[in-house]
Design a protein around this ligand. Structure first.
Ligand SMILES: Nc1ncnc2c1ncn2[C@@H]1O[C@H](COP(=O)(O)OP(=O)(O)OP(=O)(O)O)[C@@H](O)[C@H]1O
Ligand SMILES: [Mg+2]
Length: 501
């Protein structure tokens, strides 16, 4: 089986990740791993420098090169084999010892470098595959430097990449790092997607280890950088300290709450994306912050934004333990924190009426997923507190719950076979009433905090207007590329709801 240039460039590089910050993070992660000799996260050993170098000898005049430089072990013989001969992790390397807490795992992260070169992203594929990046590396303290040009087209047409070319440390290709001493690896990317050091920091900042003691020495443009500070409103830890929550209230731009890896401090999964697997309010967009739990990193998905499905299965004790911490320690104070400000007014009232109309037509929404019985506590843990009820509530309880829901930030409805969660805590643009969450199609933000300016004057008009806004948002998300089907869907559901029984 051979690998094609197209596959490398479009499927195994940028196509896997959400943004250029994710791509750069892959290289930074590799640099960090190469700087830690044992299979433990030892950030103190790591020194990484990222910079935009103007007029670098390997790029055109007046252009910048993006340079990612680490003083790690360099590309050792086994690493050369992994880097240039394998896509994915070969069986012989598949032992837990080499995975570094999950920070090196899939054997494809290095290709993200291609997606940081604009010329690999823009224009015709036949042209894009001709561009790539340069790698310099040395494992010894001094002497010649391995110099490799990585270009997807060469992998396909020349049956591989020339890896055994060495240059003197005084060669011009070394740019500003001429005469450097010690082992190192340096990636040089021409025509980078980033225009400034600030842009680089902004793209990278949320992917840095979140806690101070896990952070390594990282310079961007010659300046030492740190991750954005942790939230301070809620600071909750489990007795053994392995589970920690640091939460606050922010805006959608703060990107909600993330589950982070306890050992490395890296963000692993966005709670917004995990959605219904987690209890509310953890997936609410204006609850922001970080929750640390053990052994998450090795279960991160390839796009670095959520957890692999096997991990969140009911039978997985690690996942159940995390849920227990969340349910028994975090959910109640987080709810209190987030439900402080009011949701009221005509738009909120209309929404309540619509929720009843949906219920009359399609029945009650699906119960929130039963998280199953708690796992036995680990020996050192405190006794487990009772979990949320796993039996369906009786009728009266259901009524009580419904009353409570009125003040909750989300309320669920059923539309046909599907359940949607209307999220009331988000202020949207003043002329938008309903908008599907970009990270979770079953969550619809509704603008009921007083900021919606197209609300009609009479109750009947409001009902009709808001119903269509919600259905249009759902239709638009279900049939993204087909406005006709989207409108048809909205009008059909409207007809079903208004139909006399
Ligand atoms: N900066 C570096 N210094 C030394 N070795 C490196 C460096 N970057 C990559 N490598 C070597 O190349 C290998 C392949 O890197 P790549 O990022 O593609 O895969 P990985 O880190 O093993 O897994 P993942 O896809 O999860 O990142 C690494 O396992 C490591 O041995
Ligand atoms: Mg990697």
């Amino acid at each position: 089986m051979k690998v094609t240039a197209y596959h490398i460039l479009d499927n195994l590089s940028g196509g896997l990740y959400e943004n250029s910050g994710n791509c750069l993070t892959e290289l930074v992660r590799n640099s960090a791993v190469a700087s830690m000799i044992n299979n433990v996260w030892e950030p103190k050993r790591v020194r990484i420098e990222i910079s935009l170098v103007p007029n670098h000898p390997l790029v055109g005049r007046g252009e910048n090169a993006l340079v990612i430089f680490d003083r790690g072990c360099g590309l050792t013989e086994p690493a050369i084999e992994r880097y240039f001969s394998w896509l994915g992790t070969p069986i012989s390397h598949l032992n837990g010892a080499s995975e570094r807490n999950g920070a090196s795992q899939k054997g494809i992260g290095r290709l993200a470098a291609l997606a940081l070169n604009k010329k690999c992203l823009e224009g015709d594929i036949a042209e894009r595959i001709k561009h790539g990046y340069y790698l310099f590396s040395r494992t010894a303290k001094n002497g010649d430097v391995r110099f490799v040009t990585v270009i997807p087209e060469r992998v396909e047409t020349q049956g591989g990449i020339e890896t055994d070319r060495f240059i003197s440390p005084t060669s011009t290709e070394m740019g500003p790092l001429k005469n450097l001493a010690g082992s190192f690896t340096m990636i040089v990317i021409p025509t980078p997607v980033f225009g400034s050091h600030n842009e680089i920091y902004d793209a990278l900042k949320w992917y840095l280890p979140r806690e101070e003691d896990k952070m390594y020495e990282l310079q961007v443009g010659g300046k030492l950088v740190r991750p954005p500070p942790l939230q301070e409103h809620l600071n909750i830890s489990s007795v053994n300290g392995e589970y920690r929550a640091r939460l606050g209230v922010g805006t959608t731009e703060s990107d909600g709450v993330w589950l982070c890896d306890n050992e490395t401090g890296l963000r692993v999964a966005s709670c917004g994306q995990l959605g219904r697997l987690l209890p509310a309010p953890l997936w609410y967009p204006d609850l922001v912050g970080d929750i640390f739990a053990p052994k998450l990193l090795r279960h991160q998905n390839t796009a670095r934004s959520t957890l692999a499905r096997e991990f969140t299965k009911k039978g997985n004790r690690e996942w159940q333990r995390l849920l227990m911490f969340l349910i028994s320690e975090v959910v109640a104070p987080a709810k209190k924190l987030i439900e402080k400000d009011v949701i009221q007014g005509n738009a909120a009232k209309t929404l309540d009426e619509l929720v009843d109309m949906f219920k009359d037509r399609f029945g009650p929404p699906e119960e929130v997923r039963d998280v199953g019985p708690p796992p036995p506590p680990p020996p050192k843990d405190r006794p487990v507190k009772p979990t949320i009820p796993t039996v369906p509530p009786t009728k009266d309880l259901a009524k009580d719950k419904e009353k409570k829901d009125k003040v909750h930030r989300h309320v669920s409805i059923r539309v046909g076979e599907e359940t949607y969660h209307l999220y009331r805590g988000q202020t949207l643009y003043r002329y938008v009433f309903a908008q599907v969450s970009p990270s979770n199609k079953s969550v619809i933000y509704v603008n009921v905090r007083g900021g919606y300016e197209s609300l009609p004057n009479t109750q009947a008009e409001r009902r009709e207007h808001c119903l269509m806004q919600i259905l249009t948002a759902i239709g638009g998300s279900k049939f993204r590329s087909d406005p006709y089907q989207a409108a048809l869907f909205a009008n059909e559901v409207r007809a079903q709801i208004l139909q006399k029984k």
